[in-house]
Design a protein around this ligand. Sequence first.
Ligand SMILES: Nc1nc2c(ncn2[C@@H]2O[C@H](COP(=O)(O)O[C@H]3[C@@H](O)[C@H](n4cnc5c(=O)[nH]c(N)nc54)O[C@@H]3COP(=O)(O)O)[C@@H](O)[C@H]2O)c(=O)[nH]1
Length: 845
Amino acid sequence: MGCWVAGMEASKGKLLFMSTDQPVEAIIHPHILECAPEESLREVARRMSDRRCSSILVVEDGQPVGIWTERDALRLDYASGDTGRRAVGEVMTAPVKTIPGSTPANEVAVHFQEDQVRHYLVVDAAGRPQGVVSQTDVVLNQSIEHYLHLREVGSVMRQHPPRVANDASLSEAVTTLREYGADAVVVGEDADPGILTERDLVRALASESTTATAGELASRPLLAAPVEQSLFHVRNLMVEEAVRHVGVTDDSGRITGLVGFTDILSSVEFVYVRELKSALRERDQALQTSRKNLRMAERIIEASPDGVIITDSETRIQSVNPAFTRLTGYQPEEAIGQTPAMLSSGRHGPEFYREMWRELRERGHWQGEIWNRRKNGEIYPELLTITGIEDDEGVVTNYAAMFSDISRIKENEERIRRLAYYDALTGLPNRRLFDDRLQVAIAQAHRYEHQLALLYVDLDRFKRVNDTLGHAVGDALLLQVADAMRAELREGDSLARLGGDEFVVLLPEIDESRDAVNVARRLVERLGHPFNVDGNELFVTSSVGISLYPLDGDDGEALSRAADNAMYRAKELGRNTYQLYTPEMNAHTFQSLTLENHLRRALEREQFECYYQPLVDAASGELVSAEALLRWHHPDMGLVSPADFIPLAEETGLIGPIGDWVLHHVCQQLRWWQEAGLPVVPVGVNISALQFGRDNPVEPLEAALADSGIDPGLLALELTEGVLMQDTQRSVERLRRIRDMGLGVAVDDFGTGYSSLAYLRRFPITALKVDQSFVKGIAEDPEDAAIVSTVVSLGRSLGLKVVAEGVETPGQLAFLQEEGCHVAQGFHFGYPQPAEAFAADWLVD
Ligand SMILES: Nc1nc2c(ncn2[C@@H]2O[C@H](COP(=O)(O)O[C@H]3[C@@H](O)[C@H](n4cnc5c(=O)[nH]c(N)nc54)O[C@@H]3COP(=O)(O)O)[C@@H](O)[C@H]2O)c(=O)[nH]1
């Protein structure tokens, strides 16, 4: 359509005259001069002269049968005196040429040329005469002034015009006119020239003076204009003086040419017709191009994968393309006549549509995403573009809507979003999303001054599941674990998977730390239950670290670090438990919960449990013994580390009964294992300074051994250097008794105290345990490495077993092996575990 408009614009620019596309009926003379066929020429000529008409329509029985014009007067024989008495029907031009009144006026000029006529009878759609149009009417209706200004009269004049003498007869004059094919002849000499024209012939007929001489009939004086005069000027002269011919003079004033109104019109007409033809040609081409483009556009719309809807200005659907049917399920006949509201999903409120129409009106188009409904009821997202189609006056006549189904794009977006923010296996938020949520939760907590808690959850034996049963089982287990955890949380809580077997829980609003502890306990309990994966009953306990906002940090990083540390501490404590972050906080909580009272009741409430950590042969990795490490299952705080409550127990004197309980319990445990037929190994028991110095563990030790009936060689006591050095003589004596009973004695945390060869020789000890702080520094601190190798060689030279504590890495182990250390203990081999788990992992084949 655009090409068509452009084509017309181009032709408009080129045309000199054509101003409008008005129909010919708009420029005709509505009053038709008519006569009957039998009327005489004299009568007809008189009427034409009176009305200053150049033609007359010959009508018979109400029907036009011919036309007689001034030009036809030239064809008459003026030699006989009775020409005027002839009936017009004998000499008229018949049949009369007609043209529909709706024909564009500017096209009529072309028809004049093609038909070689100068008049048309203009008829209406029913063929009824509306008027007569002459060449002059058509040309004068164009704006020709500009053209007339540009041309000189010399360019259109007839040079050497026909001439006749004054005494020439009318017949001679007409013969000359016919010979020259002219419509006027100069009469007489240059001194007083006259002019005789077609119109003068009609006048002669009308006045019955056809026998008069040319000089008598000629009009005088012959007006003249210089050869370089503009046609505009000459035309005005003719109009002002009511003449149709002007002589053209040369520089000497001699008449060298004749120019008639018809000559001016013909020249105008020539250019006009030429330009008109070219314009019409261009219009045709533009139309053709437009049609071609239209066809192409139709085909494109037909083949378009996007749905297309064309509506009228009232948004009634006028047409749709096949993709519309494919995308919506509606056939064209179901849609046409409806409005696009038929597709409405109900997901957008009135405000949405108001805004859409506002933009459409202001900008002429709207683009956006919208939810629509297919015929089958399915709701889908589409990308929709609506454009208002305006007519030449800028009035919107139609709307074109193009839409595509973007379900797939949306799905992909969602998938990408999920990949970026969600864990692919469990569908839980990943670390990135969790960090965002944590940040928001911290901001909220800050604003409304409440607390929040972060719980880091690590599965304790997940690696073993993966290693032994494969990743598929591991993945299935993680899914079940995620579901189980989710089930333990409230609606506003967030659970995320950080990777591997690590999860994190955000409790965005808590009243007190106890709330977080309760959740942690529930999680630990739930994850302590077996999971059934593919028929395998799997046990994975968990270690949970808790940090609180604002107590443990006021940003996400600090809180995460704290929760991670606490979780690590829970691992150290033997797993399957939870830990609140920092000893300070624990101490604080201890105080608030009157720890002492709780500790006093812990024994009777059976809240203590012994965990066991393996000690292995450093060279072979085989289990050689174990260390019993006490745990306190506090009802609110979870597992409490002995590092936190042993000092209090010592302070309050509770260490005695607690220490006795440990000895007793370990001996019983050894007996149970033996009774269960397990290959037991010696177990080391930590004896605190007060327990050894003040309470004397010998008696309770004897009682424990007696009660259990185990071989005393299965027990070893672990004492620190400091304990031994408190009262060396008494210590030596007590140790001797213990050794005599058959127990092993190990010096714990060796290297941190006196470490003198002298006391080592004095005490009846069996093993040295190199403090873990030196083992930790093996790789980074040459001094630590030197201490470790010195202790190892010292122990060896004294015939003592050397145990390296806190071995966490293969590098540390390699160093110890090279140094000849006998035994190793540390997380690298195993965490402290409850008795059952320890037995399952280490004592069962
Ligand atoms: N009087 C008593 N004291 C006891 C008793 N049970 C334990 N304790 C003493 O409490 C201290 C803390 O013990 P715990 O938190 O159990 O920590 C022990 C291990 O978990 C930890 N360990 C072991 N391997 C590693 C390792 O690779 N890395 C690492 N960071 N820590 C590790 O070391 C602690 C054992 O140390 P030690 O006793 O020196 O061998 C601690 O001093 C206990 O002695 C009790 O019944 N009575």
